[in-house]
Design a protein around this ligand. Sequence first.
Ligand code: ADP
Ligand code: MG
Length: 683
Amino acid sequence: MANKSNYEYLLSDLSKLKGVGAKTTSLLKKKKINNIFDLLWKLPKSYTDRSHSIKIKDLKIGENQTINITPIKYQFPRVRNLPNKVSCSDETGEIDCIFFNSYEGYVRKILPLGKEITISGKIGFFRNKYQLTNPKYVSEDSSLIKQKHNTYSLTEGISEKIYNKIINQIIINLPILDEWHSKNILDKFGDVKWNEAIIELHKSENIGKFKKNFYKRLAFDEIFSTFLVNSEIRKKIKKIKKKQKLLDNNKQNKIINKLDFILTNDQKKTLEEINNDLSSTNKMFRLLQGDVGSGKTIVSLIAAYNSINSGFQVAVMAPTEILARQHYNFAKKLFPNGINIELISGKSENKSKKEILRKLADNEIDIIFGTHAIFQKKVNFNNLGLIIIDEQHKFGVNQRKLLSDKGGNNCDVLLMTATPIPRTLTMTLYGDMDLSIIREKPKSRKPIKTYSKLESKIDDVFKFIKKEIKSGNQIFWVCPLIEESKKLNHSSAVKKFEYLEKLFPNQVSLLHGKTDFNDKEIILDNFLKKKFQILVSTTIIEVGIDFPNANVIIIENANKFGLSQLHQLRGRVGRGSKESTCILMFKSNLSENAKKRINILKDSNDGFYISEEDMKIRGFGDILGFKQSGIKNFKLADPVHNSDLFLLAEKEIRRIENQNEDISRFKPLIKLYDRADIINDIA
Ligand code: ADP
Ligand code: MG
């Protein structure tokens, strides 16, 4: 080790380690352990204490024990399949060491006759004699055996012994890094240095000591590095200069006055924040966050209208074609003649697609709606000034940054999500963007009444539906996707449709992921026009779509969903001014825990609150499918238990931003935490 303060050692390849060959390296790589740093987070689960030796006469059968013995006699049978045997003794008794599948030379080498050897392992008893089968802990140097030996949840093919050896080797060679945190921060963790903390982390007796300073410091490092990268991306994007948009207030207000509702204060406030960004000379990279039904679409479309009137094109991307089409229809109603509006779908006819592409390039289209298809390579805009992206909470930082680059410097970016997330996660997930939040829902909204119901009582549900239909209301019936040998299957929705069809002839339609695109449009259009009353579907309706007249939603197998997802589904109703009902169906009686969860939903209609509770119950990775987002799971930090550290990290980032502090001292931290992919252009 040439340079003790060099973090590069930690990033070096596993082959740098003594005793780690190609086989071990490839086994570890399979577990995404690619360098020495990665190994630091593979922590002991428990340990076996082999530090005290005892005499043979005191051995306890079935326990892991350590003894000092002298080999006195070999037995190497010439018959295949019989084990090699070495009789050993101390002054109090005898024990046999038994070796299956071993070579004579190996046995002679590790247990030489007449030498004192320390051995450790689980003691057996056979034909009136103690024995130790295939002993793994054998050495002339008793200090190597008499230790606490950590146990790990092991990668197959790597033994505990090798693992301990590797980790010990790393700990001994751990570089002493220059401190990157301010004194103020360090004080909060008892001044514990990075390498001290790592050493503590790996000590057997410290397993699970989450409240200790060494643990908190390392968790903080991890949180902080994520925040710092996000903050740098944000700063960098904000520095990009663009052609400012000239907003026409008159035109904007004409549109607002045309609406059959009044914007809420939060809608006005967020629109103003967006307008300020549009008219500034810096590129916008903003997230509009608001619970389901809070009215984000209209805010974004007014911003789009303002951009168009300033001479730019706008692209609106939605996660599903249904939603893209709905936004498109809304825009057609909202915008005056003269604004050229188009919808591009993955399934558009080749001919019409070609024509759309030509028009986009020739600036004959002002605003285009679509799914990710609008960002394919062959799509070229003439003068793109704003990208709006709806309901893409699963986008990770990398994907968002790509999007921001895609539009070019003059292009502002507005993302929208109805996924309220716990406060501690805001910086983790969205710290690279400026944030506008709609907290207030339109006043006309009534809370959605939520019930749970056993499937065996489904007849009650049918009765209820009949009544609702009589009063002119419409119903969503949601069936979960069934996973059959990795293929997603719509059979539950199909079956339910066939069943309901018999009960409610000509009043039911079916929609699922495989429904033909044209049929989908017709079905949704008919539902909107109240041509039928019950829409059976899979969770395809989860994101975004808006049918103000539907005020009942039945969710089957509700235990398959997380709270936040149920809240999203439920948000499909309660959009008009009528009373709405959500019925959660269960196959069997609810456990206490499940009841607790459902009660949270029954009691609250506030997505932020529900997401906090959901995270407490299910943990961070799971709540909203963030696992699929490419957002790395934390190695140590836990958003539920370390919320104080998340808030502290946020405060420290803001301080650094406000004081415009040089961040070069954090370079090792960022490099170590593998943010190199993003950091390349910022560090
Ligand atoms: P989300 O924020 O979930 O995307 P939408 O934008 O789809 O919500 O809005 C939900 C419904 O509420 C739509 O029918 C929309 O026209 C309506 N809406 C939006 N703003 C208001 C408001 N201020 N008052 C009443 N209704 C509104
Ligand atoms: Mg929406």
